[in-house]
Write a protein that binds this ligand. Structure first.
Ligand code: BMA
Length: 332
């Protein structure tokens, strides 16, 4: 396996990993045999833990987890793990310190992403402010958390930062939406010099038609894009509107390194779709929703954390080089 295609990925020898199971169909991504890796009741009051973000931290891992409680309030909690598999998630939500006093209170928080950029871990989430908007905060140590101004106005979801500046600006993907369950949605790109004022908005990708129906209703960025010599590898979810409601799968695209709103290639087939019981049965059936990816810069191993049926968290594995190959060979 050539691994030289990864750029700026640190070595992560302890990445959660299982080899591809022998036999069966030769799939590009395969699931952890211990799925779901995080159960719905892993905190004292959680109804469900899903659509959550994990990063390497110190000798292990830290994360920000979407925990809906038994009043079905949506919030985000901090968690730590020595191995990325066994997690201790705080019973109480993160108490953000507002970086300026007039930052409005959040009505709710959900679907976090965590991305290390320059000197700190940024947290991006769907923030309740007269509807869903793009909330933003940071931490240095996963002990103290600071909340910044909302990056974008409502209605918007699926805010995902790039792990480095593009030119001299921070860069963000997002998915403008409506106040409800949004039967449409394209991915857009924005830049900011200071993490406060965002502009230079560019269109990245739209849903596709019947030739790739898993992504025919709406799409949204998943984990932070992964930098490779072939472009930014972006895992993203796509939604199909069936007679029984939305079905969330995920696939991958390659974006231009210098102008990431330019799509180099995009896969027609999905990588993972809801097929296992824990992906098909839960509070919202038929959802696989990736929010985080760990990469080992030495081996090119990839471990993706994804929400399952809006109830539990799953883990799936693949090799970056094979996924890129898959995207190119099966490009729309
Ligand atoms: C979206 C968000 C996600 C959720 C998905 C499927 O609008 O609410 O958190 O996983 O719907 O229910």
């Amino acid at each position: 396996m050539s691994t030289s295609i990864l750029l700026n990925s640190r070595s992560l020898p302890g990445i959660p990993w299982e080899d591809k199971p022998a036999g069966g169909r030769d799939e590009v991504m395969w699931r952890f045999s211990g799925n779901p890796v995080i159960a719905r009741d892993s905190t004292a009051k959680s109804n469900s833990i899903f659509n959550s973000a994990v990063v390497p931290f110190k000798d292990g891992y830290a994360g920000v987890f979407r925990c809906d409680d038994t009043s079905r309030r949506m919030n985000i909690h901090c968690g730590k793990s020595p191995d990325g598999i066994n997690w201790k998630i705080a019973d109480e939500p993160i108490a953000f310190i507002k970086s300026s006093l007039d930052i409005p209170d959040s009505e709710y928080k959900y679907d976090p992403r965590v991305v290390f950029v320059e000197d700190r871990y940024y947290i991006i989430w769907c923030n309740g402010y007269h509807g869903p908007s793009i909330g933003m905060g940071y931490t240095f140590d996963f002990e103290t958390f600071y909340q910044l101004e909302n990056a974008l106005m409502p209605y918007n979801r699926n805010g995902v930062l790039f792990p480095r500046k593009i030119g001299s600006n921070f860069a963000l993907l997002s998915r403008p939406s409506d106040s409800g369950h949004t039967p449409f949605g394209d991915i857009f790109y924005s830049e900011s010099p200071d993490m406060m004022y965002w502009g230079r908005h560019r269109h990245v990708m739209a849903p596709l038609g019947t030739e790739s129906a898993w992504q025919s209703t709406k799409i949204g960025a998943g984990p932070a894009p992964i930098e490779t010599t072939e472009g930014w590898l972006l895992l993203y979810h796509g939604v199909l509107n069936s007679c029984n409601g939305f079905v969330y799968s995920f696939g991958a695209a390659l974006l231009d390194l210098d102008e990431p709103w330019k799509v180099i290639a995009r896969s027609r087939p999905y990588l993972i779709s809801p097929q296992k019981d824990y992906e098909c049965v839960g509070d919202v059936p038929n959802v696989t929703f990736p929010c985080a990816a760990l990469v080992d810069g030495d081996t090119g191993r990839l471990a993706v954390y994804y929400g399952c049926a809006d109830t539990v968290t799953g883990l799936a594995f693949g090799h970056v080089a094979e996924i890129i190959d898959f995207v190119k060979k099966n490009a729309v």
